[in-house]
Design a protein around this ligand. Structure first.
Ligand code: PAF
Length: 283
């Protein structure tokens, strides 16, 4: 497996693969990899001949009070896992390479965060999706993959990237990959490392609360009553809920009576750790 921080080296390798008639998949990451990330590589290999991954902790998607400086860096373990999963090329740029004039002075991709409004503009992480879309578009332009895999765990991110690819007419197929869960039901996340053993057990209750809420909605109960109870259950389990909401699974817009594909999404703090999860369902 080749590891490089040079854009030219990435382009050269991808050009060679393409000249040989091969297809290329891309898995962007911020490192600190777990089995969820590796499942993206595994899925990529079902759709393309070669997999390129990137490891870059993107400062543009962190707010001032967030964990950019303390974000865990585990490069050698990450590379081992990527290589074992079949990744052949890894892009590991520095912040200076990606944002030579600083992230704040860089050209940005503005995404309609207001239209989604959960982890976006009107919620607790303003500018977050602009940071994500900007780096993802830049990485797409560097790697120029045929397909790219993103986890459904970051559901809003997946929808925003699909929308960006569609609206900016990028020739890349975006594939959503199911959330990888621990046996307890806890969605795998780099941020789980911040949790104590007890908190990990508490965190597993998120999935149970989502599943119970879905069962009630499918049985015909009003969304508001179900979500009010879900917030109470979250509080009882020790969470401070940022949001728990049901949306149209394809557009992320508020649900209309004709919608039959829905998603329930939650963001909640356990101590100082912010966890997110979601579950797609039909009615
Ligand atoms: O999901 C992530 O890890 C990040 O948001 C991404 C897509 C790598 C962009 O920095």
């Amino acid at each position: 497996m080749k590891v490089t921080s040079e854009i030219a080296a990435i382009r050269q390798q991808v050009r060679e693969w393409r000249a040989a008639g091969k297809t290329v998949a891309f898995v962007p990451t911020m490192g600190n990899l777990h089995k969820g990330h590796i499942s993206l590589v595994t899925e990529s290999l079902k759709h393309a001949d070669h997999v390129v991954a990137s490891i870059f902790v993107n400062p543009m998607q962190f707010a001032a009070h967030e964990d950019l400086d303390t974000y865990p860096k585990t490069l050698s373990a990450d590379l081992e896992q990527l290589s074992a999963a079949g990744t052949e090329l890894v892009f590991t740029p520095t912040s200076e390479q990606m944002y030579p004039n600083g992230a704040e002075n860089h050209t940005k991709v503005t995404v309609p965060e207001d239209a989604i409004g959960l982890c976006g503009e009107s919620s607790s992480r303003p500018g977050f999706f602009t940071g994500v879309a900007t780096i993802v578009l830049k990485l797409f332009n560097i790697v120029q993959p045929d397909i790219a895999c993103f986890g459904r765990k970051d559901y809003q991110q997946l929808i925003i990237i699909k929308t960006m690819v569609d609206e900016l007419a990028l020739p890349i197929r975006i594939i959503g990959v199911d959330t990888y869960r621990e046996q307890s039901g806890l969605a795998m996340s780099s941020r789980n490392n911040y949790l104590s053993k007890d908190e990990r057990e508490q965190a597993a209750e998120i999935k149970q609360i989502l599943d119970a809420s879905i069962a009630r909605v499918q049985a015909g109960e009003a969304h508001k009553a179900v979500l009010d109870d879900a917030i109470k259950s979250m509080a009882k389990a020790g969470f401070n809920t940022d949001y728990i909401i049901i949306r149209n699974a394809n557009t992320m817009q508020p649900v209309t009576p004709s919608d039959d594909e829905l998603v329930i999404l939650v963001a909640a703090f356990l101590g100082t750790t912010r966890l997110i999860d979601n579950q797609y369902f039909t009615v």
